[in-house]
Design a protein around this ligand. Structure first.
Ligand code: NAD
Length: 334
């Protein structure tokens, strides 16, 4: 039944098993790194839950999956509290929905000018936080449930693209994505199959399973990589826009994805989406969409966050892929 036609009674009956199902899929995906359904199946049910809660606000509960980030931290790994929560991200599935999001964002700020946006690729991995003190890497952690993540410092030190020391004595937290390149994923799964071990469902789960290891020597063998894209306390870097923050991170020696672009209108946004929808398969790493961020960091701060997602960024998700990516005979580009 379409959500618009549901009665309150029908919605009440549907919502509990729907939440239970989504929570179960979330556990498998975030905590066990082994999803049992495709992302688009999860996304469809999740969207339905969002719509039901929007239509019947009296059915909203704080423990609904729509109010919670990720999953719980793995019990055997040391826990880390994130002073600044690591959030999830809202998503849209069409250019029209993206434009609606932008218009609502403008209306809330009560301004007429379209803000400048920084567009980035949405890397299909898991969020990573790197904390530096006086220029030295002191902590690496996962997002966990957004407030409590897992300490993976020793594992992170095995990743080549993570600088142990910065050229400046900064005490700053950097955030980004840890991922496994497509080719490494194919090799790892081939090896696991040959060894009679269970294979990973996709590169995202392989990256998560490899980073969240108790033994760093296992992580070291897994060929993980990173793209860093966010500095919560941007003032510490003396930058005023997201695109400058990315440039500064490059200067400091982090690996930053080279495909970001500053845009100003719908046409430029559509061009970027079309370009990367077409180039997606040639990239050496998985992307599941593009991320649009308000470029001005003061505006970003003013827009703030909901309990689950920032109001200053949104993901445009690609339609589900029809066939598994072919990983042979392709010249990968970075
Ligand atoms: P998300 O992973 O879709 O989006 C938020 C994340 O995007 C951020 O935490 C960050 O790590 C990442 N990201 C990548 N590139 C970025 C960039 N350039 N800038 C900023 N952030 C960037 O959100 P989520 O809430 O973690 O998870 C939802 C996703 O997980 C959906 O795609 C859903 O399909 C999938 N999922 C699937 C299942 C399943 O069973 N198949 C279960 C749960 C979740």
């Amino acid at each position: 039944i379409p959500v618009a036609q549901l009665t309150l009674d029908q919605a009440k009956k549907e919502i509990a098993p729907l939440r239970k199902q989504i929570a179960q899929w979330g556990k498998e995906y975030y905590e066990q790194d082994s999803p049992t359904v495709e992302d688009y199946v999860y996304d469809r049910q999740y969207q339905r839950l969002v719509q039901i809660e929007q239509r019947f606000p009296e059915l909203q509960t704080p423990d609904s999956p729509t109010q919670q980030v990720g999953g719980e931290a793995e019990s055997q790994l040391t826990k880390v509290r994130h002073e600044i929560p690591m959030l999830s991200m809202g998503d849209v599935f069409s250019i029209e929905e993206l434009m609606d999001f932008n218009h609502r964002q403008q209306e809330n700020r009560d301004v007429d000018v379209e803000p400048e946006y920084n567009l980035e690729l949405k890397i299909d991995g898991l969020s990573l936080s790197l904390v530096y003190e006086n220029g030295k890497l002191v902590q690496g952690s996962t997002r966990g449930n957004g407030n409590i993540g897992e300490d993976v410092t020793e594992n992170v030190k095995t990743i080549k693209s993570v600088p142990r020391e910065l050229p400046e004595p900064l005490s700053v937290e950097f955030r980004g994505e840890c991922y496994m390149p497509k080719e490494s994923f194919a090799k790892l799964n081939a090896q696991r199959e040959a060894d009679g071990q269970p294979i990973f469902a996709n590169p995202r789960n392989a990256a998560a399973g490899s980073l969240r290891q108790l033994d760093p020597t296992v992580t070291a063998k897994r060929d993980l990589d990173t793209f860093m894209y966010y500095v919560p306390e941007y003032q510490k870097l003396g930058v005023t826009t997201q695109s400058e923050a990315l440039d500064k991170m490059r200067e400091l020696g982090f690996k930053v994805n080279p495909h970001n672009r500053v845009v100003h209108n719908r046409q430029e946004i559509e061009d970027y989406i079309n370009e990367y929808t077409a180039k997606r398969d040639q990239l050496a790493y998985g992307i599941d969409g593009i991320v649009e961020k308000v470029n001005d960091l003061e505006t970003e701060e003013a827009l703030g966050n909901t309990v689950k997602v920032p109001r200053w960024e949104i993901a445009y998700k690609f339609p589900p892929e029809e066939q598994p990516t072919v990983v042979r005979d392709i010249e990968w580009t970075v």
